[in-house]
Design a binder for this molecule. Structure first.
Ligand code: ADP
Ligand code: 5GP
Length: 221
């Protein structure tokens, strides 16, 4: 049997304003680390965008269905963002952790902080920062058609996320990495390097898994 360095699962959380590039990098990571990184599909009451596949981007449900799931206690965390409800299913998280899988989340900063509180040693929070407000605006407008009112709501949320980001500077260990999303390929390289490095952190690796590689047998020398 192949010997492996086994370790506890890591919860990688991508955060950043709408249009910062979270979905783009999640899709690339899942494609590259297919067997080793599982995407946690959130539940939302918002309507699907033209390019979104139900059950892949999100589980799209009505507001009533969302509230019923919440009532049954099936969410690990949920938040309301620009008028829509979003939640992480408890089962996604618990099954992933139990199976020792690494999980990938794309949730807002409040959700990321809930995860940090519950799993401080396992959560890696990565904030994706657009290079400018103009670039963010161009990217959001270039992604799909959006009503002016919806755009204003998203920018209001972006402002709150930036405020939270700046405040958390004085609260070490909440946001682990900040990645500027200027050039796409370079940024992806940075994000994937974080994933690769975090997976090799010595403290995450089970001691007995390490010992199997540390035999020194000089009998036959
Ligand atoms: P989010 O998931 O954070 O809302 P997306 O991943 O949907 O953001 O990205 C918003 C838009 O910006 C998408 O059309 C995406 O292709 C584009 N985009 C992301 N990163 C870059 C980049 N570095 N340069 C140019 N366009 C980008
Ligand atoms: P969007 O409508 O652009 O897909 O997402 C809006 C915001 O909701 C983004 O910041 C996204 O990360 C966040 N979001 C998506 N799923 C969840 C979730 O399960 N929990 C929380 N707290 N936020 C989420």
């Amino acid at each position: 049997m192949e010997r492996r360095l086994t370790r506890k699962g890591i919860l990688f959380v991508l955060i950043g304003p709408s249009g910062s590039g979270k979905s783009t990098f999640c899709a690339r990571l899942v494609k590259e680390f297919r067997k080793e990184l599982h995407y946690s599909i959130s539940v939302t009451s918002r309507a699907p965008r033209a390019n979104e596949v139900p059950g892949k981007s999100y589980h799209f449900v009505s507001r009533e269905e969302f509230l019923a799931i919440r009532e049954r206690g099936e969410f690990f965390e949920w938040e309301e963002t620009h008028g829509n409800l979003y939640g992480t299913l408890r089962a996604n998280l618990e099954n992933g952790i139990a199976m020792g899988h690494d999980l990938l989340f794309q949730i807002d900063i409040r959700g990321a902080l809930s995860m940090k509180r519950a799993y401080p040693d396992n959560t890696v929070a990565i904030f994706i920062l657009p290079p400018s407000f103009d670039a963010l605006k161009d990217r959001v407008l270039g992604r799909s058609s959006i009503e002016p009112e919806e755009l204003r709501r998203r920018f209001a949320t972006a402002r709150q996320e930036y405020d939270a980001l700046l405040e958390l500077r004085n609260d070490p260990g909440k946001i682990d990495y900040l990645v500027l999303n200027n050039e796409l390929e370079e940024t992806y390289d940075n994000v994937r390097s974080i994933v690769v490095a975090e997976r090799s952190k010595y403290l995450r690796i089970e001691p007995q898994a390490v010992s199997q590689f540390c035999e020194v047998n000089d009998d036959g020398v």
